[in-house]
Design a protein around this ligand. Structure first.
Ligand SMILES: C[S@@+](CC[C@H](N)C(=O)[O-])C[C@H]1O[C@@H](n2cnc3c(N)ncnc32)[C@H](O)[C@@H]1O
Length: 508
């Protein structure tokens, strides 16, 4: 069992050194053979690591007061033999001994059965000598923070509640099958379609009223869905409802044109590209058209370009599968718009702070968790760091939109972010509307009746200088939706945080 804590400590060290996602890292430490026992082990390691991360601020505060590394240097100091275990990462990663100390302290303080390793294992034996002081310290923190119990000391409790309201949204890839066929297959597999806004049953799914071909499942259905052939062959795509808004709003076919050239300027991982491709139903070219050079979906990051290609292959979007998407590893900003005069429609979903994304585990290892420090972080410093990050993102976003506005025959393009910050959303829009490119190109916002008119949440008027018409033209999604639901009930109006609008050329 000592080995279990060493593996959990190693996984935690990799996570804190940002060597991959929490799930991927803990799966590696489960075992090598992939047996049922190994998978069970991976699950236990995942549970311990996630719990340790979610109590990390509290555990660190306790260990600052009861400084075990100094009290027990032989096992938890820098010279500890734990730091020489094969695979332990060197500095600047936190030491392996400190990571093992965190997982052990977690079990000592928060698990009724305590540490599950041989009593004589020195790290356990040395740590348990300080149990009374550690316990007294955590009680002191609990009281000082006005928490009713230890559970309330977890960070991210609010995020978990929000995430619990968001359905597991799935988009039917209509390049593979139509939605009625998919619903029939799902029914044969034991799922039932229901007409309800609120769902607390993993066997039930509903259809979105906002975007065709999008289904809402209970999050508990996720692993079963991922085991279906429908998921494996790219017929059913896990994609948040809000992330389906841009392609649905752009909808190039609604103009009734015969030849369509569209571009996804910032594509990876490729969910919106594949949605747009499906909406175009194989007609036209998603991407840019430049003499014989046909690029489709642009992505500048080489690593993410590989992910994009995989997704496009799996979802049947590539020409070799009779799809219409031509991916290209290119920086959108390096293009000369004049050379791409065939492009009429564009998705622009640039890099953003990602502050709207709630339903994933990784926030637990993120900077915010460190900043959520119980004693030492000056809130003003925290705000300053965020403000400067948002300012640099906003300036890049503004630059990308103004570049898009220079494409000579572009008729319409969407701008979207998965951010909740006005700095990346309304304020960017207001700025670009006043830009030279917008004035010269005749760019305006598409009005509410062209942009998901029935979606209730719209832009913040206060960030649009009080202009209600502009605010109404913008679509916003609050993470977890705006309605309260009972615990464990998902709501079909709940998504991740998102923002989208559509620019149209309206020459007077
Ligand atoms: C928010 S993600 C796009 C997500 C994607 N639309 C989807 O739904 O799957 C932004 C992507 O744009 C890429 N990117 C950022 N700036 C770019 C640029 N100037 N040219 C091309 N790609 C860019 C980033 O590498 C990243 O993969």
């Amino acid at each position: 069992m000592a080995e279990f804590y060493v593996k959990a400590g190693r996984a935690l060290q990799d996570i804190l050194a940002r060597r991959g996602s929490i799930k991927a890292i803990t799966a590696q430490f489960g075992d090598d053979k992939g047996s049922a026992r190994a998978q069970g082990n991976a699950k236990r390691i995942l549970a311990l690591v996630v719990n340790t991360l979610s109590f990390r601020s509290t555990l660190q505060a306790v260990l600052r007061k009861v400084d075990i590394a100094t009290l027990e240097p032989k096992w938890f100091g820098t010279a500890s033999p734990l730091n020489r275990i094969k695979g332990a990462l060197p500095a600047p990663a936190p030491t392996l001994a400190s990571c093992i100390l965190l997982v052990l302290t977690h079990d000592l303080l928060f698990v009724t059965r305590g540490i599950q390793a041989a009593k004589a294992w020195p790290p356990r034996e040395r740590l348990e000598r300080h149990k009374a002081r550690l316990h007294a310290e955590i009680v002191r923190i609990q009281l000082r923070m006005g928490k009713k119990n230890f559970e309330e000391l977890r960070s991210g409790a609010e995020e978990r509640q929000i995430a619990a309201r968001i359905p597991r949204w799935c988009r039917v890839n209509t390049l593979r099958a139509n939605t009625e066929e998919v619903i029939r297959s799902l029914t044969q597999l034991g799922w039932n379609q229901a007409e309800t806004e609120q769902n607390d049953d993993a066997a039930i799914f509903t259809r979105s009223e906002y975007v065709p071909d999008v289904l809402a499942f209970h999050p508990r259905a996720t692993s079963d869905l991922m085991r279906t052939e429908l998921y494996r062959d790219g017929t059913l795509i896990l994609q948040d409802l809000a992330s389906c808004f841009p392609a649905a709003i752009l909808d190039p076919l609604r103009d009734g044109q015969s030849e369509i050239t569209a571009m996804d300027a910032t594509s990876a991982p490729g969910n919106k590209t594949s949605h747009l491709s499906a909406l175009m139903k194989g007609k036209g070219k998603v991407g840019l058209c430049h003499s014989n050079d046909q690029l489709i979906a642009l992505e500048r990051s080489p690593q993410r370009f590989i992910t994009l290609q995989r997704l496009l292959e799996r979802t049947g979007c590539l020409p070799r599968n009779h799809g219409n998407v031509h991916p290209q590893k290119t920086d959108f900003l390096s293009l000369d718009p004049e050379k791409f005069d065939s492009v009429q429609y564009m998705l622009l979903d640039p890099s953003c702070s990602g502050s709207g994304i709630v339903n994933r585990l990784d926030y637990l290892s993120g900077k915010d968790d460190e900043q959520d420090n119980l004693e030492e972080i000056d809130p003003l410093e925290k705000d300053k760091a965020l403000a400067s990050r948002l300012a640099s993102l906003a300036s890049l976003q503004e630059h990308m939109i103004r570049h898009a506005m220079k494409f000579p025959n572009l008729k319409r393009f969407t701008y979207s972010t998965c951010s909740i910050h006005e700095e990346e959303n309304e304020k960017v829009v207001i700025k670009v509307l006043a830009s030279e490119e917008a004035r010269n190109g005749g760019w305006k916002l598409a009005s509410r009746d062209e942009v998901l008119p029935s979606w209730p949440e719209r832009g913040h008027a206060s960030a649009c200088k009080g202009d209600l018409q502009i605010a109404n033209a913008l679509v916003r999604c609050t993470p977890g939706g705006t309605l309260d639901t009972p615990p464990n009930s998902v709501h079909d109006g709940a998504t991740n945080g998102f923002f989208v609008c559509c620019f149209v050329r309206k020459m007077s």
